[in-house]
Design a protein around this ligand. Structure first.
Ligand SMILES: [Zn+2]
Length: 68
């Protein structure tokens, strides 16, 4: 019983933490260089953005570059 309550508290804390970080999610941009420029892929949300070399996007681009 006590273990279940502990899990519930941890889960609730995680949900609140995620809600607080909504909108300013820290993306982890991975750089892929190709012929036309540089493509940045966010390993956190999976967003793909074309950009300039050495300057990854600062905001989370989740959903904005997905057409499907
Ligand atoms: Zn992201």
């Amino acid at each position: 019983m006590l273990g279940a309550v502990g899990l519930l508290i941890v889960f609730t804390a995680l949900v609140i933490f995620n809600m607080k970080n909504k909108g300013r999610r820290q993306c982890r941009w991975r750089e892929y260089r190709h012929a036309e420029g540089t493509r940045y892929t966010c390993v956190q949300c999976g967003a793909v953005v074309e950009g300039e070399r050495g300057s990854p996007p600062r905001i989370c681009m989740r959903g904005s570059s997905k057409s499907a």
